[in-house]
Write a protein that binds this ligand. Structure first.
Ligand code: PFF
Length: 446
């Protein structure tokens, strides 16, 4: 007999888990650098509008399907499909989501491994272990392999413990710590010379950019990646929400937390870059834009921390703990997608499934580590730019065009009896039916 399904025990637990999935490297690294290279607050405004106009409706689609079917992505989509062709499509979308999320995790674990290595660097220096510190910050296949394995073991450990004792417990501990560390770092960086220039670069909009197609494409990609959409993560988390919960409200709280933390991360990263500039660190690349890729996190910011003297050790450790926490609460949501499927559809034990699937993903990560140059960008681009938006599109189509409208309303009404008269029900069905699919397609073909 299959083990009983897990459920989040409180609204707080769900909010921490779902916002933990949403808040990750995409917020603390991707969002500020996208903002810097796309006209400052012009990007911020486009991102806010697209998050609430497009990504939030798609998030709601996943949460509603998940809670209705109370099962993993494949079974849930199948459960709402009325006929054989749509059931086949459901299985295809669900399996593609599982595959995509597993590949996302395989590159995410590599970058997260760097974050752990950079966390140990200041500690090694504090202990006078200069040789070790040097090794930790050098980009070698050996270091990357070791820290991918460490990161994946942490992820497997949490997922093995289940929904309540793993995902909910750890997200509820880690997310408040993340917010606290982020706020403390912002306060500290604001006291340093140069910070206000960064704030200006972040918050003064260059409105001439707001209609730039590239800005809109980036803002939309950022919104979908950041809310973990398309690959079944939010669908599976939705399947663990209590039937008494008001879905439109919890969905908007998740979106608010996600954008709120991205905006806060901008208040840290851009001022920190300009503080680095004031300290003589190069922050612009050859084309005159702000350094945005891995160079930002693994060279600009560490150079700044090194310039800060003793306090830099503490700040560096705090910053990389922040990054590691952000990664971990996202990676657990990724591993949960294939694990829930194996447990529910194939009768596997949770621990066995977490270990087996986690190990396969680790092997893929190692393959990427040892063939970094062709593989890393390929996997990132294929999963986040090709697969994720298309799967989101299919999920919107599934909800709006294939699932019965009455069933959707009944599901929402469970935790929100007045839903039919509310604003959400007046706007959302139209959005997922027409606006989201068209907008995703437009951006996709950009
Ligand atoms: N939302 C995460 C971030 O912003 O870093 C990334 C992510 C998590 C993508 C979970 C996909 C996913 F299923």
């Amino acid at each position: 007999m299959a083990a009983p399904r897990g459920e989040f025990t409180s609204r707080f637990g769900f909010l921490m888990a779902a916002s933990g999935s949403a808040v990750g490297l995409g917020n603390i690294w991707g969002f500020p650098t996208n903002t810097a290279s796309n006209g400052g607050a012009a990007f911020l405004i486009a991102y806010l509008v697209l998050t609430f106009a497009l990504a939030y409706p798609a998030l709601m689609a996943e949460l509603i399907i998940g809670r209705h079917a109370r099962s993993n992505a494949v079974a849930a989509l199948k459960a709402i499909a009325p006929g054989r062709p749509s059931r086949l499509l459901a299985v295809f979308i669900g399996l593609m989501g599982i595959l995509t999320v597993s590949f996302i995790l395989s590159f995410y674990a590599i970058v997260s491994g760097w974050m752990i290595a950079f966390f140990f660097d200041p500690i090694a220096r504090l202990l006078g272990m200069e040789g070790l510190a040097q090794w930790l910050v050098q980009d070698t296949a050996m270091r990357n392999s070791i820290f991918v394995i460490v990161f994946m073991l942490l992820t497997i450990f949490i997922i093995s413990a289940g929904v309540k004792d793993g995902i909910e417990k750890w997200s509820s501990r880690l997310m408040p710590s993340l917010i606290l560390i982020l706020l403390l770092l912002i306060l500290y960086v604001f006291t340093l010379p140069g910070a206000m220039d960064g704030l200006r670069a972040y918050l003064i909009p260059d409105f001439s950019r707001i209609t730039d197609p590239q800005l809109l494409v980036d803002a939309m990609g950022q919104a979908f990646f950041s809310l973990s959409l398309g690959v079944g993560t939010m669908l599976v988390y939705g399947s663990y929400i209590s039937k008494d919960e008001n879905l439109p409200v919890v969905g908007s709280l998740v979106a608010l937390l996600d954008v709120g933390i991205a905006v806060l991360a901008g208040l840290l990263i851009l001022p920190a870059m300009y503080v680095a500039l004031a300290n003589g660190v190069e922050i612009f690349d050859a084309s005159g834009g702000l350094i945005a890729g891995p160079g930002l996190i693994v060279s600009v910011l560490p150079a700044l921390f090194n310039n800060m003297g003793a306090v830099g050790i503490l700040v560096a450790a705090a910053f990389f703990v922040l990054m590691t926490i952000a990664s971990l609460t996202s990676s657990i949501s990724m591993l949960e997608v294939p694990v829930a499927y194996s447990v529910e559809n194939h009768g596997a034990g949770r621990r066995t499934a977490a270990l087996a699937i986690g190990s396969i993903i680790t092997l893929i990560s190692l393959l990427i580590v040892f063939n970094f140059d062709p593989l890393f960008d390929l996997v990132v681009n294929f999963t986040t730019e090709r697969s994720q938006p298309l799967l989101s599109l299919f999920i919107c189509i599934f909800v709006a065009w294939i699932w019965r409208r009455n069933d959707i309303l009944e599901e929402i009404k469970q935790g929100c009896p007045q839903a039919e008269a509310g604003l959400f029900w007046k706007i959302w069905p139209f959005y997922v039916k027409f606006i989201c699919p068209v907008a995703i397609l437009v951006v996709y073909f950009q």
